[in-house]
Design a protein around this ligand. Structure first.
Ligand SMILES: [Zn+2]
Length: 123
């Protein structure tokens, strides 16, 4: 029997990891950079995806707003594992094998991850 690492980590940990990566000093509004942010429940489909409301500009956003993870079809878990394997210096081919992905998909993901998880020049 082969142990699949995708079964060993849970979504709650993945979202927690994203929050730590993007908001080292506490949650900030991605639109106006204010810290006056309150929690606003969770995503309807992703139970652990925290939603927020900015009291400064009234924008609503969530853990993945303005990150490379939103708008991509891979689950967050796969991205976080990809990041983990990159930290272990695995090759794209090895990562692809571990995650059951095409090597070209992994190549695109590692390029994005190296540039940082928060998208630049959004405004
Ligand atoms: Zn704001």
């Amino acid at each position: 029997m082969r142990v699949n690492i995708k079964n060993l980590i849970d979504d709650a940990q993945c979202y927690e990891t994203v929050r730590k990566l993007r908001w080292l000093n506490g949650t900030h509004c991605p639109f106006c950079d204010s810290e006056l942010v309150i929690k606003r429940g969770h995503d309807d489909n992703e139970l652990f995806r925290q939603r927020y409301e900015c009291k400064a500009c009234n924008s609503r956003f969530d853990d993945l707003t303005d990150t490379i993870f939103s708008g991509h079809h891979q689950p967050l878990k796969v991205w976080i594992l990809c990041l983990y394997f990159m930290g272990l210096n695995l090759s794209n081919a090895q990562i692809a094998a571990e995650l059951d992905l095409n090597q070209s998909d992994v190549q695109n993901m590692t390029i994005l991850l190296r540039e940082g998880i928060v998208k630049k020049n959004q405004k």
